[in-house]
Design a protein around this ligand. Sequence first.
Ligand SMILES: CC(C)(COP(=O)(O)OP(=O)(O)OC[C@H]1O[C@@H](n2cnc3c(N)ncnc32)[C@H](O)[C@@H]1OP(=O)(O)O)[C@@H](O)C(=O)NCCC(=O)NCCS
Length: 278
Amino acid sequence: MQTNVNNIINFRLPCVCLFFMSEICVIMAINEIRKEIRIIDVTRDNIAEMGIFCIKDKKAPGFKQKVKWFSHKLNKGLRMKIATDVLGNQLGFIEYIPSELAWRPIKADNYFFIQCIALFVKDAKHKGLGTRLIQICEEEAKQENKSGVCVMCSNGPWMVSKTIFEKCSYAMSDQHGRYELMVKKFKKINQNPTFIDWTKRQASYKGWNLIYSDQCPWHEKSVTVLKKSALDSGIDLKVMKLNTPKEVQNGPSGFGTFGLIKDGKLLEDHVCSLGILL
Ligand SMILES: CC(C)(COP(=O)(O)OP(=O)(O)OC[C@H]1O[C@@H](n2cnc3c(N)ncnc32)[C@H](O)[C@@H]1OP(=O)(O)O)[C@@H](O)C(=O)NCCC(=O)NCCS
């Protein structure tokens, strides 16, 4: 009897241990594979299939507008990279463009301008992925003999904060209201990227005005809501879509691609609903 028990302990226990160890190894291997990141170049040819990262619903009007915007001939040199895990789950993205064509009120010659960067998957954050996306942009900027990379930052809504750029050795080149313009130069040049003062043009907007562009896919939804709220409240809301980078750069909003203005005063510069403003 005692011999049987010993046999079981001597034979079965190591088997069980081996089984659990192999299970743990498989789980660790899967986790390692999951950690592998792929960077996908979004192009006019694959955007409909790859998507635009921010909005998953490909039937949403904002999605369709952004795809159209992305493929517009005006956006020459526009890049979008989406980071996925090996299973194809999208983790984050970066969008950048030659600075002369920035859809923000900036003046910068021969830079790349980061228009948006975001990681929406919590588990993917703080593991260096944001830094990697920024480095990819910088490498391409160097290959194209750009003077550097610049980006508009803010601690407020709908914009990346400057912390990650400070860690990537960017310095502030201009500041206006809640916005900071950060730059990393590759060459010794005196001229810094600067903001174009958007406040000067606000006075010319009489009554209720809403300006927006399709650069951000969330604007379409907000514009629809605002139009309806205005109609319900009997407000005569003039809606104007900005169709070129020049219109945005010389527009009345710091955010550039969105602005709700009443009698020369900018009420909101990011997606909002009219209800809270009445
Ligand atoms: C900014 C953002 C892209 C950073 O992404 P991220 O992948 O977390 O960035 P990184 O990991 O490269 O670096 C950020 C932090 O992680 C740290 N880090 C870098 N590599 C790391 C690693 N291997 N392990 C642990 N931490 C790391 C960095 O030092 C930094 O530290 P901090 O948290 O103290 O600031 C992300 O936080 C984000 O999407 N924010 C919202 C941006 C936004 O609002 N955009 C507009 C949307 S409309």
